[in-house]
Design a protein around this ligand. Sequence first.
Ligand code: ADP
Ligand code: MG
Length: 261
Amino acid sequence: MSATAIDRDIDNSQMHVSEEVVIEIEKMSKFYGAFQVLHDIDLQVRRGERIVICGPSGSGKSTLIRCLNRLEEHQEGRIVIDGVELTSDLKNIDKVRSEIGMCFQHFNLFPHLTILENCTLAPMLARQTPREEAEATAMRFLEKVKIPDQAGKYPGQLSGGQQQRVAIARALCMKPRIMLFDEPTSALDPEMIKEVLDTMVELAEEGMTMLCVTHEMGFAQAVANRVIFMDQGRIVEENGPSAFFNNPQNERTQAFLSQII
Ligand code: ADP
Ligand code: MG
């Protein structure tokens, strides 16, 4: 098990999941040239779900996440986000991207912009939000991730954990209804992992729909309502966290868990 403790009580069962399906993936396959990276993915996500996706390196976790906001294109099957199907129609892609926030392993902040400017850029450019309003919103989210005092600095002046929290705040400034995380703590030193996980726990408690690729199994146990295990481009196991960790069915899941727990 990851050494990172989530050191407060989190009542997972109090986190509300609605009946409304916000992500519908049906028989979705993706190829890189002749290589099939995702096979027949079926997944439904309801509003308020916290889904943790784990699996060995190269199993297609990042590709799956990236297909959801069309950073990658799928070739077969359907992906429908909040009723909008992802096709090559750019209008649909824009609409879907405006609902989805994404946070990557490498924070991808703009190094030449201040923290505040990183957070206001997209709302001002993509949403035509007036500067004052964009800055007020940015400060609110920087307070939420507990670094309002860093607003005037540049990314290079912040620790990795602080930069990742800025990346989360920046995503939240676009008021997404769904947050995707792709190994947000993998590049961080252990003492910084917790501060990022704490931010993610708070988001979950506020009802954000979240798909998180992570190997932080403490986080998965505390926060996820479903854990998905991928191997070789397929979802090979899916269960609630206690069944997933205590009684994994698939032998590849068992082997994976025995390595990381
Ligand atoms: P994971 O995130 O689970 O480590 P990825 O989704 O990054 O897995 O990769 C899945 C598979 O697809 C790997 O075999 C990887 O080498 C391959 N792959 C990823 N991106 C590309 C790409 N742009 N072109 C070709 N193959 C890729
Ligand atoms: Mg990956």
